[in-house]
Ligand binder design. Structure first.
Ligand SMILES: [Ca+2]
Ligand SMILES: [Ca+2]
Length: 142
């Protein structure tokens, strides 16, 4: 068929290949996250209320003036039109609940936006991320 028939199918899955934190709050209610050092940051991705992924390492004593690319294993998203959220957390030791520094919701696949390799997650809230993704098809489209 002609070139105008090249509508791409909806992907079966998406793979997050990198996740970079580009903004986080310096303080929480005017108080630093940790008393004598920067926060020890990591993220957790949720599908609804179910945690589905987090990085392999955290960054200790992070500075809000830097960006941080997290080390991640394989993160694949199957329900790509569901609502996910990423929570940024400050690790405070084994027996302490981590501090929530901010979170942002996203829907991985938006047909109106096409198939970008880089997705900016920024709703002018406390945290922002930049994510690179791959689109995975089980069967070839067209
Ligand atoms: Ca710290
Ligand atoms: Ca901490």
């Amino acid at each position: 068929m002609g070139t105008y028939c090249e509508t791409r199918a909806i992907p079966d899955k998406m793979r997050i290949t990198s996740l970079t934190l580009t903004r986080f709050p310096v303080v929480k209610n005017d108080v630093t996250w940790d008393e004598f050092s920067g926060p020890d940051i990591f993220f957790r991705i949720y599908e609804g209320s179910r945690p589905v992924a987090q990085p392999l390492h955290l960054y200790e004593d992070a500075s809000a003036f830097n960006t941080y690319q997290f080390f991640i294993g394989l993160i694949e998203i199957e329900n790509i039109t569901n609502t996910f959220s990423i929570k940024l957390l400050d690790y405070d030791g084994r027996d302490t609940k981590e501090d929530l520094m901010g979170e942002i919701e996203f829907i991985p696949f938006n047909p109106e936006k096409g198939y970008p390799e880089t997705i900016i997650l920024d709703d002018d809230g406390p945290v922002a991320f930049e994510m690179t993704v791959e689109y995975i098809y089980h069967k070839k489209s067209m």
